[in-house]
Ligand binder design. Structure first.
Ligand SMILES: C[S@@+](CC[C@H](N)C(=O)[O-])C[C@H]1O[C@@H](n2cnc3c(N)ncnc32)[C@H](O)[C@@H]1O
Length: 230
């Protein structure tokens, strides 16, 4: 253990350990497959984009808006926005735990003026909307209670970073069980309740888009301003 690690409170040390494992897992995927869906652990572009369609239902495209993409990977959402919403005026900020993902994303979109990327798990700024695709799924054997604490922290951060709302997807429990301890699957109720009761959001659940997943759209501004980075 380094001096820096020894001085952190236990919860922070545990969190650092979880983030380090996630970062290593996704950086290895990118190194193996490159900037394609398999490089962020998705099977194909069609399902990767279907998730973006659901998440972006949180946004009103009538007027310009700013967007934070938590767990942006190599920045595929930027390409999606350019192709599916060419008229939209979006100020995009992608953030990812993996420095390799962020380097790759910066290279891909270096000529885009309204596109920025940063390494980390939260930002000390707010945007109109915050979205996250696929960041709750790969628990890498973390105990469920620990992983659920982590999810609460992520949802709370997403809420505090968003002025108008946030959207996030989860793997749904398969009807006959049989999940691996590497993947976190849940039912919508728990997270719907958390967003309603703890974050005071108005929440919609989307679970009819043909995948073993669901998406939460949480509307509502945080009552306190965002602080800190990381
Ligand atoms: C399944 S991939 C999806 C990437 C991208 N959202 C997409 O759909 O193409 C998840 C990405 O989120 C990053 N990630 C996972 N947990 C994160 C967290 N808590 N904060 C920031 N990034 C995270 C991983 O490094 C990985 O690049």
């Amino acid at each position: 253990m380094t001096n820096h690690e020894a001085s952190l409170p236990l919860a922070e040390r545990v969190l650092d350990g979880v983030c380090t494992r996630i970062e290593a897992y996704y950086s290895a995927k990118l190194a193996r497959y490159g900037a394609i869906p398999l490089g962020v652990d998705w099977s194909c572009t069609a399902t990767q984009w279907l998730r973006f369609v659901q998440l972006l239902k949180i946004c009103s495209f009538e007027t310009p808006f700013s967007l934070i993409d938590m767990g942006c990977g190599y920045g595929a959402l930027v390409t999606f926005l350019k192709e599916r919403h060419p008229q939209a005026c979006v100020d995009y900020f992608g953030i990812d735990l993996s420095p390799a993902m962020v380097r790759c994303a910066r290279r891909r979109y270096r000529r885009e003026p309204a596109v920025r990327f940063a390494v980390g798990r939260r930002l000390p700024v707010q945007a109109d909307y915050v979205v996250a695709s696929g960041i709750m799924n790969v628990a890498l054997g973390s105990p469920v209670l620990l992983w659920e604490d982590f999810i609460r922290l992520i949802l709370t951060d997403m809420h505090s970073m968003s002025r108008r709302g946030f959207a996030v997807n989860f793997l749904a429990k398969p009807p006959r069980g049989g999940t691996s301890d590497q993947l976190y699957c849940s039912s919508p109720d728990k997270w719907l309740r958390f967003c309603r009761e703890e974050l005071a959001c108005t929440v919609e659940v989307l679970d009819n888009y043909g995948m073993q997943e669901f998406t939460l759209l949480a509307h509502g501004a945080p009552s306190v301003q965002v602080r800190g980075g990381g």
